[in-house]
Design a protein around this ligand. Structure first.
Ligand code: ZN
Length: 417
């Protein structure tokens, strides 16, 4: 049967309406939740101050995690659990069968034990390391949970409110790896991470591979043992090769030798030389290609340095190569056209502001690499100096918009009655 142009247009319209989760701005209970968020902005800010003042260094998030659990329980969640890596998870069961949505903020900071995290009030500014990143995100998740509880929002799909570990550098996204690989494996349809402040969407994941590469040999006297392979010379060969790699500008792909170490004295053939290498891309394939090129260069440098020195003495003093992984953050192919991104942009419009999109490395890297739709948004307000001791946060006139935005996106994705 021939399909008329009109029915085709209708079908396409229906498809795109179904693809995007409608923003439930007229649902009475969602409206009530949004009103609570605005009216109780002072509660939100107080939580942000109190959570920030609990130190949470990488791999030492448990004290803040326990307190986060306690605060979720105080909102009436009966089933708050802490999984074996330390993620705190509260479940708000859906009334029916709808998409399962996770909204998360990260518990960890970059600051080591002993850092003064007491919040100092300077005029309208709140000064403390971690107050924005991710004091704001953690608080946004808590505040959305509270508003849904108080307003009795009837979400169709189940919502998980999560405070997760291991987002910052050394953590290497271990909280998300465990959440998606174990705790909630196979259960999540949509993921939203709230990280830091402002009103923006990170829609694309920048993947990164980071390694420490070490050349090792016996070393010796620069004059007396001359004629054996030299680890620093091998490292030099490798760096020269890496310097000349060609990478695409689109998708943006980068590489960097950021740290070099090695050597004992000017008159010693060193026994060790190392470098730390970072490469990044929004595109998994481009990242893999760059990774392969660097690995080949590093191995070729070893072979070339060992081959450079003939004779039995050199043969007995061959150098070796050790490659340690510092961190691997996977990426995926999510584009700005996917429904979760469009839903977030529409929710922003409903609340009266426009948001742009960007690419970054966040907790969303893990779901995106697993083809699970994911975004990272800011929790509103304004902050500067993230990852520094001088970090400060300012609520401004409409910080509540960030929290309302998160609530509206979650409601849209899970569906509401
Ligand atoms: Zn963060």
């Amino acid at each position: 049967m021939p399909i008329s142009k009109a029915s085709l247009i209708l079908a396409v319209a229906a498809l795109s309406a179904a693809a995007q989760s409608p923003v439930p701005s007229t649902n009475a209970k969602v409206r009530a939740a949004l009103d609570i968020i605005k009216a109780d902005n002072a509660w939100t800010l107080q939580q942000q101050v109190e959570l920030t003042e609990i130190p949470s260094p990488p791999f030492k998030e448990s004290v803040r995690g326990l307190e986060y659990k306690r605060r979720l329980e105080a909102l009436g969640f009966k089933n708050v659990r802490i999984d074996s890596v330390g993620n705190v998870i509260a479940e708000r069961k859906g009334t029916g069968t709808g998409p399962t949505v996770v909204i998360a903020g990260h518990l960890d900071t970059v600051f080591p034990e002993g850092t003064d995290v007491k919040v100092k009030h300077e005029g309208t500014k709140l000064k403390a390391p971690g107050i924005g990143d991710d004091g704001r995100g953690l608080t946004t998740v808590l505040s959305v949970a509270r508003a849904f509880q108080k307003a009795g929002v009837e979400n169709v799909g189940t919502i998980y409110f999560v405070g997760n570990v291991g987002e910052e550098g050394p953590g290497n996204l271990r909280g998300m790896r465990y959440l998606f690989g174990n705790t909630l494996k196979g259960k999540v349809d949509y993921f939203i991470s709230v990280d830091d402040t402002e009103l923006h969407v990170v829609s694309r994941a920048v993947g990164s591979n980071r390694y420490k590469i070490t050349y090792k040999g016996p070393g010796g006297h620069s004059y007396g043992a001359f004629g054996i392979p030299n680890p620093i010379h091998a490292l030099g060969r490798a760096i020269a090769g890496i310097s000349d790699i060609q990478v695409p500008t689109t998708p943006k792909t980068t590489f960097n030798v950021g740290v070099i170490n090695g050597g004992t004295s000017v008159n010693s053939i060193p026994y060790e030389a190392s470098m730390e290498v970072d490469m990044r891309s929004e595109d998994a394939k481009s990242l893999a290609t760059t990774n392969d090129k660097i690995m080949k260069i590093v191995k070729d440098a070893l072979v070339a340095e060992n081959a450079r020195w003939p004779g039995s003495r050199a043969a007995a003093a061959k150098i070796s190569l050790v490659i340690d992984t510092i961190g691997i953050r996977p990426t995926g192919g999510q584009s700005d056209n996917v429904p979760i991104v469009q839903t977030a942009l529409n929710a922003a419009k409903v609340l009266g502001f426009a948001s742009g999109t960007s690419a970054s490395s966040t907790d969303s890297n893990i779901p995106i690499s697993l083809s699970i739709p994911a975004i990272t948004i800011g929790g509103g307000g304004h902050a500067e100096g993230a990852h520094s001791l001088g970090e400060w946060y300012e609520d401004g006139p409409n910080a509540y918009l960030g929290v309302q935005w998160a609530a509206l996106i979650v409601a849209a994705l899970a569906g509401v009655k």
